[in-house]
Write a protein that binds this ligand. Structure first.
Ligand code: DGJ
Length: 662
């Protein structure tokens, strides 16, 4: 495409088919902005049938690090506040929008994005984003943006395994200059990246307008979730650093180190009961585990996945004396206790569904399509929210529970809301607001609890959920080679302290007929999981004495390096199909830990080559077993690590005292 000059005041388009609205880099375009055919941020319909909005600037106010721009419709009493909050420490800008209906008739909102950004006109850009599916989340892809609109979205009621609202934009000839961002929302979202015929590139992000409408009554307001974005001249590493730093500081428990956990799922599946869990807990404690989490299968009527969801009290056969004896046993073993829940779901075979069949999301004239034998409770309904708050609050009040794994194992099918008080298409937003309300109420009442967000693996990972949950279950796929690629994708946005990673047995890793039948050494599996929040998921009764001793040692090492991993800065030095090397450094860059992996390279194999990064040039660092150099020297040296197939290394890096200072 030819390069058109940027629009100016007297350059109001170059043909009757194009108007200024199309050429201008408008901050928050509404549908109705004159001759504008671009992706708008706002689409309104007024009570008289007018379907456009004309926004005029009214005023701006600045307070500390916040800016508010006020806009008003030229004709109707509708006001908009564009909010900006600068996170100077993280070099990020947060944006969100509030709309006020100051008239006496309702206005229908059909689209309301959180932000639109424009990158310099006239260049070719590449978009990076994350793609996946259940069992194979977090694949990083990069593609050129060409004329037209690229859309990424979720229509699944939740963030989804398939796409994530994280993105970067860069020019292929200038990879160090990166624009990046994400959205704090755990429901349907939409990203549009549009390249116009005048070679302007703009990217919008916000709530998905698919099947969405919101009646904004007289005197009412609506606020969007926030988008967070930045620009860095330090490439993808710079973008990761800003996001990691920011997310880490805004987690519910930012300072707290995450415990090493054991999870029962892969060992016992649904067949949990008091004796089996007590025995597993004993084995876990011997290894140095700090948190014992009982997964699915513990509640009323839960024998397999076809019954019980919704009935959140202990199954009378499996736990005849309730959960207390198990929890006390776990606590006596010196561990904390955690529990699995899937609050948003119900099995048709449950007491809850028999009592309230109308509580699920459905259309009365359509079948209620089950997935994994379950239906979704309509969390847009206040009565459903109240039920969940009461049941789960009682569970948490009556037991010493330190951790909840909050799971969600299906996406929506028939998104109906019979007898909705307003437009039933509000369900997409009101469901997520209801979810946040339930979660926030429980968090306020039980502030000590750590929460994990899981959705059949990594189906719900976003900044909205990370204001509630401290950590995320990345994927149900625990094959260590697949995990390395997924951890790379996940780490583009999320810090290692949120990345829960379990060591499991080989047989589970190939359970789904996926992944290769390779037996990864225990150390390799541990090292992969030690790059995040370490967990164990294998059947501990199957470990040999030698494996137990090795696991004990590796867990002890993890506890030493945990502050670096969970709270340090992460540098991806190498990521190819066969080789991975990642360095974690503490805040002052005086101490670090290097992980290196080789999955498979046909013989004759070459050493893994890497260069350290992030070091202070003049300081002297010792890399365990390799040598001692200044930061500048290390960063200019190709380090050749001899690694065979399926081998891994964990090497400690320490800054040496300055001889001139001693
Ligand atoms: C899906 C999760 O990802 C698994 O870890 C496990 O908790 C199962 N659900 C239990 O049903």
């Amino acid at each position: 495409l030819p390069n058109y000059p940027a629009p100016t005041d007297d350059n109001e388009g170059y043909a009757s088919f194009n108007g200024p609205g199309q050429l201008a880099a408008s901050e928050y375009p509404a549908y109705g902005d004159g001759l504008s055919y671009i992706e708008p941020c706002l689409k309104l319909t007024f009570a008289d049938g007018t379907r456009t909005a004309e926004l005029e600037f009214v005023t701006s106010t600045v307070q500390d690090d916040s800016l508010t721009l006020t806009l008003r419709d030229a004709h109707y009493p509708v006001r908009l506040a564009l909010h900006y909050h600068l996170h100077a420490h993280d070099d990020l800008l947060e944006r969100w929008v509030t709309i006020y209906n100051e008239g006496d008739t309702a206005v229908t909102i059909e689209r309301i994005f959180s932000a639109q950004w424009h990158v310099p006109t006239g260049h070719d850009y590449h978009l990076r984003h994350l793609v996946g599916r259940w069992y194979d989340e977090w694949q990083l892809v990069e593609e050129p943006l060409t004329a037209g609109t690229k859309t990424l979205e979720s229509r699944r009621l939740t963030t989804s395994h398939h796409h994530n609202p994280w993105f970067t934009l860069h020019r292929p000839d200038q990879p160090a200059a990166v624009w990046f961002g994400t959205l704090a929302w755990s429901g349907n979202w939409k990203l549009t990246a549009e390249v116009s015929e005048t070679k302007q590139t703009r990217l919008s992000l916000g709530l998905n307008d698919w099947d969405f409408a919101w009646q904004l009554g007289a005197g009412e307001t609506f606020t969007t979730p926030f988008a967070l974005a930045g620009y860095t001249a330090e490439g993808f590493a710079g973008a990761r650093r800003c996001l990691h730093q920011h997310i880490r500081r805004h987690l519910p428990h930012p300072e707290q180190l995450r415990p090493v956990l054991y999870n029962s799922w892969e060992a016992t599946m649904f067949a949990v009961d008091e004796p089996s869990q007590k025995q597993l807990a004993e084995r876990a404690a011997e290894l140095g585990v700090e948190l014992f989490v009982m997964d699915d299968g513990w509640f009323h009527g839960r024998v397999f996945d076809n019954a019980g969801l919704g009935d959140w009290w202990p199954d009378e056969t499996k736990f005849p004396h309730g959960l207390q004896p198990l929890i006390q046993h776990v606590n006596q073993l010196g561990m904390q206790f955690g529990l699995w829940l899937e609050p948003e779901m119900v099995n048709p075979d449950s007491e809850l569904y028999r009592a309230h069949p109308d509580w699920v999301i459905h259309f009365p004239t359509r079948p209620r399509t089950p997935a994994r034998n379950q239906l979704i409770l309509n969390l847009a309904r206040p009565d459903v929210q109240t039920y969940l708050i009461e049941k789960l609050d009682a569970l948490l009040s009556q037991h010493n529970i330190a951790f909840i794994k909050w799971d969600m194992n299906r996406n929506v099918s028939e998104p109906g809301w019979p007898n909705a008080p307003a437009d039933p298409r509000e369900i997409w937003v009101r469901y997520v607001q209801g979810l946040y309300r339930v979660w926030d109420t429980l968090r306020e009442r039980h502030p000590q609890v750590l929460w994990q967000s899981c959705s059949g693996g990594g189906g719900r990972a976003d900044l909205g959920i990370l204001h509630r949950a401290d950590q995320i279950w990345v994927s149900d796929n625990t094959n260590p080679a697949r995990r390395l690629a997924m951890q790379y994708g996940f780490s583009q946005c999320f810090p290692a302290g949120t990345m829960e990673a379990w060591v499991t047995k080989d047989e589970f890793q190939t359970l789904m007929g996926q992944g290769d039948p390779v037996h990864y050494p225990l150390q390799f599996r541990f090292h992969v999981s030690m790059m995040g929040v370490l967990g164990l998921g294998m059947n501990l009764h199957h470990l040999s004495d030698a494996e137990k001793a090795e696991a004990q040692k590796l867990i002890a090492t993890y506890k030493e390096i945990r502050p670096l991993v969970q709270q340090g800065e992460q540098f991806w030095l190498v990521q190819t199909e066969t080789d991975t090397a990642v360095l974690y450094l503490d805040e002052s860059h005086t101490e670090g830990v290097l992980f290196a992996f080789r999955t498979f390279l046909p013989e004759p194999s070459a050493p893994l080559r890497l260069r350290l990064a992030g070091l202070t040039d003049t300081a002297v660092y010792k890399l365990e077993g390799i040598g001692q150099k200044t930061g500048a020297e290390w960063q200019a040296t190709d380090l050749a690590l001899p690694l065979g197939n399926f081998e891994s290394r964990l090497l400690r890096l320490t800054q040496q005292p300055d001889p001139l200072k001693s």
